[in-house]
Design a protein around this ligand. Structure first.
Ligand code: GDP
Ligand code: MG
Length: 311
């Protein structure tokens, strides 16, 4: 099954909100008018497109007045064009380049956003698709359960792990992880971090410290800093992102939990507001449920446009 079909299957709620929503608005051969446009706007809002929803509807209104929108199919294609242009603005996206040896990737984000799960999925992906040697550093020492969870996932993915006891200094784990990566000749190092400390300030200081340790041991590390955002969190996710960006130089975003939510439009809001590449989408709880973010496949999956690919 190709990416488009997998996304169609996993993003059913967002697709149904947007694509089935569009069909619903046009049901019975209704003509395009202001009332219909208002209904379209409402359904785009529901899927968390934010201010973009209004811009899209304004564009549809303009096209309609120029006589360029005959009906449902034209509306879908106009939305497709605008949404793709929107993502193009946000810059590069898709699969992480793993060009350094090792490539060190620091994973940050608030508690529960899906960091640990995403690390397991990334480890699995690097093993499956590139046969890479993957090492995971368990720098979330806040709860023993966090490292236990990570260890189970990591084993399942066929990756190695460096972990210490609960309450250990995360920077010390980062240090050992770098040493182990050099000793083992790892290709990819994924560094898990805590999402909650006593205060926001503590958390940010800790992340800065981990970063310094990584940079000291391996030149240019971390090569990537991925911010993991819960896709069901809407505007909150954007606020969180801005806080993290004050302490770490984020290079890309992973949007999780897009299965089971109708709010997949948040991906556009996130891309626009942060101006950072969206690298991956989390589409479930399994190791395989991580997809590279490819604008065309994503837009086509939620609008039900595009070829029914079988590749
Ligand atoms: P962390 O605190 O940031 O490390 O978050 P976890 O990785 O522990 O994930 C928190 C919860 O979200 C867990 O129950 C995961 O199974 C769930 N989760 C993570 N990613 C996804 C996803 O893409 N889809 C779904 N449905 N659940 C997810
Ligand atoms: Mg975790």
């Amino acid at each position: 099954m190709g990416l488009y079909d997998r996304l169609r299957n996993r993003l059913t709620k967002t697709r149904s909100a947007i694509s089935d929503g569009i069909s619903g608005v046009f049901r019975g051969g209704r003509p395009m008018d202001d009332e219909l446009l208002a209904e379209l706007e409402a359904l785009l809002y529901t899927s968390d497109l934010g201010p973009l929803a209004t811009e899209l509807i304004e564009e549809l209104g303009r096209l309609h007045r120029r006589g360029e929108l005959a009906g449902e199919e034209d509306v879908r294609l106009a939305l497709r064009r605008k949404l793709l242009a929107e993502l193009e603005h946000a810059g590069a996206s898709g699969e992480l380049p793993l060009t350094h040896s090792p490539t060190v990737v620091l994973i940050v984000g608030v508690n529960g956003s899906g960091k640990t799960t995403t690390i397991a999925k990334l480890a699995h992906r690097a093993r499956q698709h590139g046969g890479k040697r993957v090492l995971v550093g368990a720098c979330d020492t806040w709860r023993a359960a966090a490292a236990d969870q990570l260890e189970i996932w990591t084993q399942r993915a066929g990756a190695d792990i460096v972990r210490k006891h609960e309450g250990a200094d995360p920077a010390a784990v980062a240090f050992e992880t770098m040493d182990a990566a050099l000793a083992k000749g790892s290709d990819v190092v994924l560094v898990d971090t805590a999402g909650r400390l006593h205060t926001q300030k503590n958390l940010m200081l800790e992340l800065e410290k981990i970063q310094r340790v990584l940079a000291k041991r391996i030149e240019g590390a971390p090569h990537e800093v991925l911010l993991v955002l819960d896709g069901t969190n809407g505007q909150n996710a954007i606020q969180q992102a801005k806080l993290f960006a004050e302490s770490v130089a984020i290079t890309g975003v992973v949007v999780t939990k897009l299965d089971g939510t109708a709010r997949g439009g948040a991906v556009f809001t996130i891309a626009r507001e942060l101006g950072l590449p969206v690298r991956y989408l989390g589409t479930g709880e399994a190791l395989e449920s991580l997809e590279p973010f490819e604008p065309e496949a994503f837009v086509d999956a939620i609008l039900a446009t595009g070829a029914q690919s079988t590749a």
